[in-house]
Design a protein around this ligand. Sequence first.
Ligand SMILES: *Cc1c(COP(=O)(O)O)cnc(C)c1O
Length: 389
Amino acid sequence: MTEGSAEARYEAIVDAIDAVLADAPRPVPLHAPLFDGNEAAYVNQCVATGWVSTAGAFVERFERELAAATGARFAVATCTGTAALHAALLLQGVGPGDEVIVPALTFVATANAVAHCGAVPHFADVESYSCGLDPDRLASHLHRIAERRGDALVNRATGRRVAAIVPVHCFGRMAPIDALVTIGDELGLPVIEDAAEALGSTFRQRHAGTFGRCGVLSFNGNKIVTAGGGGAILTDDAELAAAARHLTSTARLPHAWRIEHDRVAYNYRMPNLNAALATAQLERLPAFLAAKHALAGRYDEALRGIDGAELLGPQFDAVCNHWLNTIRLNDPADAEPLLAALHARGILARPAWTPMHRLPMFGDCPRDALTVTEALAKSLISLPSGANL
Ligand SMILES: *Cc1c(COP(=O)(O)O)cnc(C)c1O
């Protein structure tokens, strides 16, 4: 392929994306929050009443409405998604010296939360279409490297217990969650879904984060619904929900005046101010999902028939929230010039995350061969996807 034709190829991709965003003021951020509902009114209510911190009516209301929106029996709101993941892992018994299966293609928070437990992330490869953990590869990897010792599944090479599986629903796309839960059940490993990016995504009409032992959401500023900063643990298990509330507060024993605590806890609860913002945002979720679905349709139409790039499209039995519309390039060499050309036009697209095993703090962690992750990391580009577009 000549230099000129490569240039013509990514110019055509840039033009197609530019045309979709023709009406958007530049620069076009990757995912700007949209506050067109009751956000100011609810936040002002907190200020006016003095209920700004972790006690307050909006926290409970947000948890109730989040449970209703996701179909989970319980939602426990936290101060970040990372905190929710950390607490969820601790509550499944993950501790120092354990290994936890994490996809190598994810945002760093997934691996960080494992490290916060004193455990070690063990990186597994993903599928090229869903971008989630590959169940067949994971099963054969675990059968190859691990053995049962008593109740534990132990990595023969490291001698460490494999303690949990954390699938990630990347970009809002559903990981093959039923197959992953089956592997967890067969091997006796709890599945904790990192559904941080997947509020509004479903598989067979069941919401992301409700398949495993528990699931985790994030309400960071660039997520589909924001609390400013925030997260949540979803579960159907009443005892687990109560334990999550206890661990994410100060583990205080209920009493009118006596101040007594029964374990080391984390003070990870979501403040009322953030819950107020999030409650207003959640009311707008159906409208956000509709706007993002329409934008995905426009990207799909514009990119159809364009050489060299493919929009990651619909999945069987799944509904995607289109958190980040993402294209895959046929030629990874197009990625850098394409990103430069998009940024030159004020379109703030971005590549996939640097895979976890390429980061200095996780370079020595155990892992399977990560061929698909490596290929995807070089060829995925996420496009501006805010609900305001
Ligand atoms: C955003 C995100 C989180 C949590 O992030 P916080 O910023 O701590 O809320 C976790 N995992 C993934 C995959 C994410 O995208």
